[in-house]
Every structure is written in C-alpha cells, then in structure tokens.
Design a protein around this ligand. Structure first.
Ligand code: FE2
Length: 154
C-alpha cells in the first residue's frame, strides 16, 4: 500500500466528515415548522455520526504517520426541509464514493479494509434511509392535496 496515498485519501474523507458535522448541525439548528420534531433530532444524530467517523479516521491518519486535516468543504445551507434532505443525500452519496476509493487504495491493509467497510456500510445505510425519507416526504406533501402542495413548493 502506498502510505502517502492512503493518508491523503483518509484526509479527504476527514475533510468530508468535518463538512458533514457542520452541515448537519446547521440543519438541526435551522429546521422549523411541522417537520422540526423528527428532523432536528435526526440531523443532530447524523452530525454525531460524522464526528464518530472523523475520530476513527483521524486516529488512523496519525497511526499511519500523517497529520489530520482541520479543513472542511463548503456547507450546503437551506431553510427548506426537503432541500435539507437532498443536501444530506448528496453528502452521504459522496461519502460512499470517498470510502469506495479509499478501499481501493488501502486494499492490502486488511484491518484498515475492515474499518473502511464498517464505515462505508453506515454511509450506504444513510443513503438508503434518506431516499426513503424523501419518498415519504413527497407522499406527505401529496396528501395535502395538489393545491396546497403547490403552494408549499412555490
Ligand atoms: Fe461518515
């Protein structure tokens, strides 16, 4: 395994997890109205998951001889819950892709593969869950009737 390449990829992942931590916390702060009750809790839990992943990846970067990044990417912001969920879905899909690439780079380091596999599974579960939520959300809006749904969307 190319150690430097592995450290660089893990740092890209760490940057992504820091972005997620800030983005999910901001979503939890900003979500309002009828959807606040379930989603503020869900967004805070997702922020905590990002921090849990960031800790595991940061620890591994140091174990490999690297320095964990303090950078984070651009945080997507919205006050509309459907858009927040779409931002969350895009974030989780990008995370799956990051971990998939890391698995390719780190394939010879079996313990690291096990760690990355655990994390990619959680990211994929996030994608699956958000896709279901977005379907449910669309169904709930449809049940308001076309007129109200349009007013909400407009
Ligand atoms: Fe994560």
């Amino acid at each position: 395994m190319d150690k430097q390449k592995a450290i660089d990829k893990l740092n890209e992942i760490l940057k992504h997890e820091w972005t997620g931590l800030a983005q999910y916390a901001q979503q939890a702060f900003l979500v309002r109205g009828l959807w606040r009750e379930p989603y503020a809790k869900m967004f805070f839990e997702s922020a905590e998951e990002c921090f849990r992943h960031a800790k595991l990846i940061g620890e591994k970067i140091v174990a490999l001889g690297g320095v964990p990044t303090l950078e984070r990417g651009t945080v997507q912001q919205s006050t509309d819950v459907r858009q927040m969920l779409q931002h969350a879905l895009a974030f989780e899909q990008a995370a799956v892709e990051h971990y998939r690439q890391a698995l390719e780079i780190c394939a010879e380091d079996r313990p690291l593969v096990v760690l990355l596999e655990d994390l990619i599974l959680e990211e994929q579960q996030g994608v699956d869950e958000l896709q279901k939520l977005l379907q449910e959300h669309a169904a709930a809006e449809a049940s308001l009737g076309p007129q109200q749904a349009q007013e909400r969307a407009g």
